[in-house]
Design a protein around this ligand. Structure first.
Ligand code: SAM
Length: 317
């Protein structure tokens, strides 16, 4: 089967258009969340330079990618983060976002906005300093709260707070977090805990997993309006009590794969066509070093897309 082109967008052989690119720019992090899945990426030594990232997004734009998200590790740990965002913006992207733990956000929010960042997600699970320390093994709760406020003030829009809800840890804080977000001008995004490779060892998934099905039922009853977001794995957005709550449910299902319009790049410059696989990565750095033109790099991208297939299909269930 060949790739089908509609307008300038590349569609894979399962008819999924490629719309967004999630670039992990480092594996390093300044907190140690015990549940972290590390975005499914194995540790690497090499980190792409701003010029390499610029070249990759230029080619990604050619194949129809519209949105860039920077992640990690902790993206704000990189000293050249402003340069990276500026270079992506200079390529002509108007939807550039970043996922951060917010510890360094107070320092960077304004300059990130000026460099062309449009929106931001801040991972922040609790308003209780002891719980924060338990989760992250660090004492940066106040810095993160300040970072969220500065991001809103800087003009990043929307600012979303990602809260991983865990049974017996922070499930009693959902409405406090909702109020904090509403007051500060952010949107609360509740995330259901996922199993990670560490889970088998620690059993923390069974201990802390909080099924958000019941909460979703409750929200759909009390909300003024519910919006289902196509191309975002049909995630639900609830308009409730004068604010908004979004829910991110587990990704290990056929619906997630069917609606997946995302490619990923690892910190060492490999295309990762699937969040859940590491056996089909395709390197971009060596081809760049050996002088590949943009047209040739585009072919590397198309090869990665051609081999792209859903991890979970109806047949696999
Ligand atoms: N350092 C950045 C941050 O803290 O946002 C980016 C990387 S972090 C891996 C990206 C997102 O994944 C965060 O919102 C985090 O809460 C979420 N996450 C990590 N492990 C998870 C798990 N086991 N279940 C659900 N979400 C998880």
């Amino acid at each position: 089967m060949t790739d089908i082109r509609i307008a300038e967008k590349v569609i894979d052989k399962f008819e999924r258009p490629l719309i967004s690119l999630r670039i992990s720019i480092t594996n390093r992090c300044n907190v140690k969340c015990f549940y972290c899945h590390h975005d499914g990426i194995k540790p690497q030594n090499y980190e792409m330079t701003p010029n390499e990232i610029e070249k990759i997004v230029r080619v990604a734009k050619e194949i129809g990618i519209e949105k860039i998200r920077l992640s990690g590790g902790e993206p704000l740990i990189r000293d050249d983060i402003i340069e990276i965002v500026s270079k992506i913006s200079s390529v002509g992207f108007h939807d550039i976002s970043l996922t951060t733990n917010g510890v360094l956000l107070g320092k960077y929010a304004e300059n990130l906005y000026k460099a062309g960042l449009t929106r931001i997600n801040v991972s922040f699970d609790t308003l209780n300093s002891e719980t924060y320390k338990f989760i992250t093994k660090r004492d940066y709760m106040e810095d993160t709260m300040e970072g969220i406020e500065k991001a809103v003030k800087a003009g990043l829009n929307p600012v979303k707070v990602n809260m991983v809800v865990m049974k017996g840890i922070n499930d009693n804080e959902i409405w406090d977090m909702f109020t904090f977000c509403k007051d500060v001008g952010a949107i609360l995004q509740l995330i259901e805990l996922l199993k990670t490779e560490n889970c088998e060892e620690s059993d923390f998934f069974d201990e802390y997993h909080y099924d958000m099905g019941g909460l979703e039922d409750h929200l759909s009853k009390i909300s003024n309006r519910v919006k289902t977001r196509k191309f975002m794995q049909d995630r639900k957005k609830y308009f409730v009590k004068g604010g908004e709550i979004e829910i991110v449910r587990p990704m290990d299902n056929t619906e997630f794969c069917k609606n997946c319009t995302r490619l990923r790049i690892t910190p060492d410059g490999k295309i990762k066509p699937c969040l859940l696989r590491n056996d089909n990565l395709i390197d971009l750095i060596e081809p760049m070093r050996s002088g590949f033109s943009d047209e040739e790099l585009k072919k590397v991208f198309l090869k990665a897309i051609k081999n792209r297939e859903p991890y979970f299909t109806d047949a696999s269930c």
